[in-house]
Design a protein around this ligand. Structure first.
Ligand code: S3P
Length: 451
């Protein structure tokens, strides 16, 4: 049973980043977190053996592996990044014996709620103190329409919560209230065991890994434009999913940290290898280029069904820009590190439409603003927008940043400290292990001073 306490049992680990010499060298960041969760889920839902290479072996994904085991799959670690899932197939999942503890992972918990929702089993979903604060009603609402029963939930539809999946799953057409791949994916995963067509409509397109991977495993699924920025996704229920080998490309959301570090530390030149360039994930790269970042694609190619590129990033004089709200879904996890880049840019960077940041691993809008304040960076929150006023020279630094169990807050402000006038401290780095276990050694190898 989850305790709602610290995710790792290893205690709080503060860290300090200080002004570093030029960052140099090539690096490979871990596999994409979104694809890693989905690889294990698709393995669970197809009959037979799915092999995965490049899986992110971070704590979030390991919780999804544990949940897949509890639901009946055999999940084996074959070697670094190399995994095998022996799946049970749609409709055959077992009722888990204990509560499923997803730790810090919103994606794992929400996607698995959809999977469970399509099966006549009862399961309790729980996680750490951060996950217990996050809204789950956005997933329960459509699942209830599909026949899922909520047996128990903490106040405000939060974890721990117990659901009973649908005996006869009802296919629905659902318009998501916010652009969220987690909502879309939960509905589609539930719809896998519904007779007929399940449709999800989104006003702004969110990441499309679930659709692409379901198609790769043989499901009939279509995605067509809906309005100026949206999509209408339709899945035919009860497909026979056929296991296929999955190659997980490097996570652009993790690549963001060495990239921004290279942009703000003078003299730097870093190559980040094989970064996934899925158009629905690279809003940060678009934005940084608009800011004047020297980012060059050395080689674009297809790996594992996704476009990837080696990215060469050089220190650059950045200027403030306006980031439109409609770009948010394609860079939703990158705003904390963009705010750091903006602190070093000349002039104002206005980031519009950041409401969703309030319900991530922490209230990221507040956590970023507090971190900027602690380090002498002028900024303002206006409604759901964040405005950062850069000085066109190193941020002052010198602050202690509260990370609120949020890996991306910890990594973003450590990056700031590598180039700020005074060192930046973060109160806890232990949650970095949820998504980027190798972050500190990787940044250190490039020349970053972290201690
Ligand atoms: C994810 C979707 C995003 C993102 C999260 C991963 C996914 O959340 O923030 O880190 O893998 O589907 P929302 O879809 O709720 O915006």
């Amino acid at each position: 049973m989850a305790s709602g306490s610290h995710a790792h049992g290893s205690g709080v680990r503060p860290m300090r980043a200080e002004r570093s010499g030029a960052l140099k060298g090539a690096c490979t960041v871990p596999g994409d977190k979104s694809i890693s969760h989905r690889a294990l889920i698709l393995g669970l839902l197809s009959v037979g053996e799915t092999t995965v290479s490049g899986l992110l072996e971070g704590e979030d994904v390991m919780r999804t592996a544990d949940a897949a085991r509890a639901l009946g799959a055999t999940v084996d670690h074959l070697g670094p990044g190399s995994w095998r899932v022996l799946g049970m197939g749609i409709g055959t999942l077992l009722e888990p014996k204990g509560a499923l503890d997803f730790g810090n992972a919103g994606t794992g918990s929400r996607l698995m709620m959809g999977v469970i929702g399509g099966h006549p089993i009862t399961a309790t979903i729980d996680g750490d103190a951060s996950l217990r604060k996050r809204p789950m009603g956005r997933i329960l609402d459509p699942l209830k329409k599909m026949g899922v029963e909520v047996i128990a939930a903490a106040e405000g539809n939060r974890c721990p919560l117990t659901i009973r999946g649908a005996k006869d799953c009802i296919p629905i057409e659902y318009q998501t209230p916010v652009a969220s791949a987690q909502i879309k994916s939960a509905v589609l995963f539930c719809g896998l065991n519904a007779p007929g067509e399940t449709t999800v409509i989104e006003a702004e397109a969110s990441r499309d890994h679930t659709e692409k991977m379901l198609a790769y495993f043989g499901a009939e699924i279509t995605s067509v434009p809906h309005g100026p920025h949206g999509r209408r996704v339709t899945l035919k229920g009860r497909p026979e999913l056929t296991p296929r080998p999955i190659v997980v490309p490097a996570d652009p959301s993790s690549a963001a940290f060495p990239m921004v570090a290279a942009l703000i530390v003078p003299g730097s030149e870093v190559v980040v290898r094989s970064v996934m360039m899925n158009p629905l994930r690279i809003g940060l790269i678009t934005t940084l280029k608009e800011m004047g970042a020297d980012i060059t694609e050395l080689e674009r190619r297809i790996e594992g069904g996704e476009e990837v590129a080696d990215l060469r990033v050089r220190h650059s004089a950045l200027k403030g820009v306006h980031v439109p709200a409609e770009r948010a879904p394609s860079m939703i996890d990158e705003y904390p590190v963009l705010a750091v880049a903006a602190a070093f840019a000349t002039g104002e960077t206005r980031m519009n439409g950041l409401k969703e940041l309030r319900v991530k691993e922490s209230d990221r809008l507040a956590a970023v603003a507090d971190g900027l304040a602690a380090n002498g960076v002028a900024h303002e929150i206006v409604g759901d927008d964040l405005v950062v006023s850069g000085r066109g020279k190193p941020a002052k630094g010198g602050g202690l940043v509260a990370t609120h169990m949020d890996h991306r807050i910890a990594m973003s402000f450590l990056v700031m400290g590598l180039a700020s006038e005074k060192p930046v401290q973060v109160d806890d780095t232990s949650f970095i292990a949820t998504s980027f276990p190798d972050f500190v050694p990787l940044m250190t190898r490039l020349g970053g001073s972290l201690s």
